[in-house]
Design a protein around this ligand. Structure first.
Ligand code: FAD
Length: 309
């Protein structure tokens, strides 16, 4: 069995695996793919100390760093079930989609999240070429240019307020008749002079010139089609944690995030979690890496306190 079994090889899982191996712990890493969401990212300018990099380059660096250590990599596999140990200090089991079972004294879940997609034509084609999901990451790329935000909940309205300070103009599209964000956020949004809010506006298509986004089409409540010229479309209709397979095994928030404390401990002793799959506020690479390191040090702390067998 492993001392530490890490699930997910994004920034959080890779950091956790490296920290665990450096403690001399027997470490396994279920790596469906190295980099996680970072693999889907074009330019990265907020990974502190690296002025500019690209997703595939950072993902390759993460993989190389992990492979420098004695980490057993279980490649191209997904975890399908967690069977917690019956007693504190016992072995937890992870059943893989392949049916194989792995056993470990501690588990670190770092299975990340995915942005909910609109599912309209042009969204996939122009991803990272005008279609964006993260205002903290990509907002500055649109400095002085017009953008659209799709989504009128808290994240959409927060994104619109954030972007309004950077871009020339923000058009926020809300599918329903009313914004769903908190009142204070709505008031703030409506006080901004370079924001237009359109309700009953259902995005139907994202268009471009083959290289970049140039416009967006939406239908109004009566089925009429309208076009907005734009350089960017920020889709803000929800972040879905990859935690469906954990239902019933440990405590999840109403949004499906794994509930953790400030040591990355979950509701099950010996099971830790890190990064975008958890309740940690703000989903970013530097934060996920820090959380992965923290989860690993917490697992180490747990292991050294187990009674001598
Ligand atoms: P993830 O990166 O999501 O990695 C989780 C991994 O676990 C994935 O490989 C996944 O396939 C795997 N997995 C899922 N389910 C299972 C399972 N059941 N068993 C095993 N493995 C599983 N952040 C920034 O700081 N700067 C940016 O510029 C930036 N740009 C972004 C651009 C885009 C397009 C996107 C989508 C995100 C961006 N982010 C950016 C956010 C950043 O990528 C995430 O915050 C970060 O990757 C989270 O790391 P993580 O390790 O928690 O999860």
């Amino acid at each position: 069995p492993f001392d530490v079994l890490v699930l997910g090889a994004g920034p959080a899982g890779d950091a956790a695996a490296i920290y665990s191996a450096r403690k001399g712990l027997r470490t396994g890493l279920v790596a469906e793919r190295f980099g996680g969401q970072v693999m889907d990212t074009a330019g990265i300018e907020n990974f502190i100390s690296v002025q500019e990099t690209e997703g595939p380059k950072l993902s390759a660096a993460l993989e190389a760093h992990v492979r420098q250590y004695d980490v057993q990599i279980i490649a191209s596999q997904l975890a399908a079930k967690l069977i917690p140990a019956e007693d504190v200090g016992g072995l937890h089991q992870i059943v893989l989609e392949s049916g194989a079972t792995l056993r470990s004294k501690t588990i670190i879940i770092a299975t990340g999240a995915r942005w909910r997609h609109l599912g309209v034509p042009g969204e996939d084609e122009y991803r990272t070429k005008g279609v964006a999901y993260c205002p903290h990451c990509d907002g500055p790329f649109y400095k002085g240019r017009p953008v659209v935000v799709a989504g009128g909940g808290n994240s959409g309205v927060e994104a619109a307020i954030d972007l309004a300070g950077i871009v020339s103009h923000v058009t926020l599209l809300q599918r329903g008749a009313h914004l769903k964000a908190d009142k204070v956020l709505q008031d703030k949004l409506l006080s901004l002079s370079n924001v237009t809010v359109l309700t009953n506006a259902l995005t139907t298509k994202i268009e471009g010139d083959g290289k970049e986004v140039t416009s967006l089409t939406y239908s109004d409540g009566d089925g009429g089609l309208h076009h907005v010229k734009t350089d960017g479309v920020f889709i803000q209709i929800g972040l879905l944690p990859n935690s469906e397979w954990l239902k019933g095994a440990l405590k999840l928030s109403p949004y499906g995030e794994i509930v953790i404390n400030d040591h990355c401990a979950t509701s099950v002793p010996g099971v830790f979690a890190a990064g975008d799959v958890t309740t940690v506020p703000y989903k970013q690479i530097v934060i996920a890496m820090g959380e992965g390191a923290k989860a690993s040090l917490s697992a180490f702390d747990y292991l050294i306190r187990l009674p001598v067998a």
